[in-house]
Design a protein around this ligand. Structure first.
Ligand code: ES4
Ligand code: ZN
Length: 326
């Protein structure tokens, strides 16, 4: 049935969004031009046509190339405010966004330039669009533990503005255990922690995220379903999973959306949520993800309410804000 109006009207929280992955080609070209950078594509259409991926790494190569045009504080502001205006149209009322400081520090962009621009937009969005937020600093798992510790040191003056720490990038070969010590240091500072796990990597990496990183939630978690003991553990702990249907489709984590694991997750009592991940690259924002999944696996209204309620309950918004959104 057509539930698109029902989906559009639901007040939503987004819990898994890489701000660099919301970089639309039109804005990328505009910022490249004003920064005097030549993109290796002749047009917006040519860039979009490069967005065909067989796996996570093929996407990441293009994603890191795209963020290279970000140089000034204003660029980070423009990127973030464009995302907030776009999700307002989807009735997203709370968002928890990742950013990858190492992807910019590597290119010589100061930490302060990045976070000042992002925070200026987030604060403006809270005031003018009534979208509450949390900012999550994410470590790149293909880099070293030492680089993650260095990044945490850079973040020290901003820890009041950073709510949580994440772990993303190339999963296979970079298990959570590689970052157990730096995440322990983050927890000692009172930060929440989350990690991408079980997207391409095995169920074992989800166990490590739980037991070695002691995550407060799991990003993706798809492959958890391969391990019945892990499913029991996730259900018993009521661990939140931030699932991303169109991302999974575009990165070939699932071969068809009608095989998506969200119904199985809900049936197993897992706290699944729906998110857009990198919407500029994967072909859709929140409502697009909910609509595509709804049509592919025939979700009913009750399941849609459960998914959006899981996101509000599982968010790091204040209790007061959660009450407003429920
Ligand atoms: C990502 Cl979909 C995904 N997986 C892992 N790392 C990422 N960084 C940005 N998007
Ligand atoms: Zn992600």
């Amino acid at each position: 049935s057509d539930l698109s109006s029902f989906i559009a009207a639901l007040p939503k929280a987004e819990l898994h969004l890489h701000i660099e992955g919301s970089f639309e080609p039109e804005l990328m070209f505009a910022i490249a031009e004003r920064n005097g950078i030549r993109l290796p594509y002749g047009s917006v259409e040519e860039l979009r046509s490069a967005y065909a991926f067989n796996n996570l790494q093929e996407f990441l190569d293009i994603y890191y190339q795209g963020m290279n045009v970000l140089q000034k504080e204003e660029d980070y502001y423009d990127l973030t405010i464009a995302y907030l205006k776009r999700i307002k149209a989807d009735n997203v009322r709370h968002t928890e966004i990742f950013w990858d400081p190492q992807g910019h520090l590597e290119r010589g962009i100061p930490f302060s330039t990045q976070i000042d621009g992002i925070l200026r937009a987030l604060k403006e969005g809270e005031e003018t669009l009534d979208i509450s937020y949390r900012l999550i600093m994410s470590f790149l798992r293909h880099l070293s533990e030492e680089s993650a510790f260095d990044t945490l040191a850079e973040a020290e003056p901003y820890l009041q503005e950073i709510y949580a720490i994440g772990l993303d990038s190339s999963e296979t070969g970079h298990p959570p255990e590689k970052f157990a010590r730096v995440f322990a240091a983050c927890k000692d500072k009172g930060l929440k922690v989350t990690a991408h796990a079980g997207e391409e990597g095995p169920a074992e990496y989800v166990w490590q995220a739980l037991d070695l990183i002691k995550v407060d939630r799991i990003d993706h978690g798809n492959r958890s379903l391969e391990d019945p003991e892990l499913v029991k553990r996730l259900a018993a702990d009521q661990q939140v999973l931030t699932v991303c249907p169109l991302s999974n489709l575009k990165l070939c984590v699932v071969s068809d959306l009608n095989e998506h694991p969200v119904p199985a997750m809900l049936n197993a009592g897992l706290k699944a949520t729906i998110n857009s991940d990198d919407p500029a690259y994967f072909g859709g924002y929140m409502n697009d993800n909910l609509n595509a999944l709804q049509q592919a696996v025939n979700l009913d209204q009750r399941q849609l309410v459960t998914l959006t309620r899981n996101a509000i309950d599982g968010s790091w918004a204040t209790e007061e804000r959660k009450q407003v959104l429920r």
